[in-house]
Design a protein around this ligand. Structure first.
Ligand code: AHR
Length: 319
């Protein structure tokens, strides 16, 4: 448990500080329970590394749990963190709904919670201290804006297929919504098929194979992450078509493999979603454990990449 000079555990609890007890009394090391979604993508692997390295650098003891993309595992992990009386809980919710009960348990135990990467849809924002992560709706809009510009001179229908992320997750819901908001302004853009690929390469390939069989006339693939786009590229090549030419591809993340495919001309445009949330997460954790005020929302700064920009960025890309 964190013990601050001149501040009693009682006072700390009343100002929203940690439940405490994660480490021996008198030890001022913060203990964080972190429930990760899983290891579904290159993005996730980079995010896990960032959180683990940053905790070490910040002197925070990390209790890390991998939920293997299952909400029930995350709920179990959070309950176990509460039982262990960690100072702060951070988690990236696999889906948006169904968190109120366990978050109330954390609140009753006076353990502050930080949402990282993904949001929950609970109307009670007092259940968590802050939400650190990307603006996924804006990411979808950026993908849509690129498409509108790319096809501005097209006269016929532009047939789009969409590979959605995990059903019910914030990035899947929001990236879909942001993209639809932009393209709906012009009726020539038609989403002819949209299905989940669960953010994985294997599922992206499988669903794209089915799309290609059902729709011989696909012009564009919008993939909610690079891993699904990379799986889809294998399916497109397997069907004897050229990704990036016969079928234009726009995706989200900008992980190294995605950037390589962009530089190679197999993907046409990538919207960045940064997984390097660790340093900001540790700063926020230190503040909430001390009972300091933090912003309710911290939005990650991100950019976009064309094929030329990917070639330039690749040599120094961190993830
Ligand atoms: O929540 C972030 C998303 O989750 C990333 O875009 C995707 O690759 C990951 O699995």
């Amino acid at each position: 448990m964190l013990v601050l000079a001149g501040v009693t555990a009682m006072a700390m609890a009343s100002c929203g500080g940690g439940g405490g007890g994660g480490t021996a009394a008198g030890d001022d090391k913060i203990t964080m329970g972190f429930s990760q979604v899983g290891a579904e993508s290159g993005w996730r692997t980079a995010n896990t590394k960032s959180v683990q390295e940053s905790a070490k650098a910040a002197g925070i003891e990390l209790k890390f749990s991998d939920a293997q993309q299952k909400q029930e595992n995350q709920i179990k992990a959070i309950r176990s963190f509460i039982q262990q009386r960690v100072d702060v809980i951070a988690f990236s919710p696999v889906v948006e709904s169904g968190w109120d009960t366990v978050l109330k348990e954390a609140k009753n135990a006076k353990i502050p919670v930080i949402l990282t990467d993904r949001a929950v849809d609970s109307p009670d924002t007092s259940l968590y201290k802050t939400f650190l992560g990307s603006d996924f709706v804006e990411e979808g809009r950026k993908a849509g804006k690129w498409l509108v510009e790319e096809f501005k001179d097209a006269t016929g229908t532009v047939n789009i297929v969409e590979l959605q992320g995990t059903t019910g997750s914030a990035p899947a819901n929001d990236r879909k919504a942001g993209f639809a908001e932009v393209i709906q302004a012009d009726p020539k853009f038609k989403v002819i098929a949209s299905q989940t690929g669960d953010f994985t390469r294997a599922k992206g390939k499988e669903v794209m194979e089915a799309f290609l069989k059902a729709h011989p006339d696909i012009d564009v693939l919008y993939a909610h992450n690079d891993d699904m786009a990379l799986g889809a590229i294998e399916a497109i090549e397997g069907a004897g078509k050229t990704p990036g030419k016969d079928i234009k591809i726009v995706s989200v993340d900008a992980v190294k493999d995605g950037m390589q495919a962009l530089a190679d001309g197999k993907i046409n445009f990538i919207v960045e979603c940064s997984p390097l949330l660790g340093p900001q997460l540790m700063d926020l954790a230190k503040k909430v454990v001390k009972g300091e005020q933090v912003p309710a929302r911290v939005v990650t700064e991100e950019t976009t990449f064309t094929q030329e920009q990917a070639k330039q960025a690749l040599p120094s890309r961190q993830y």
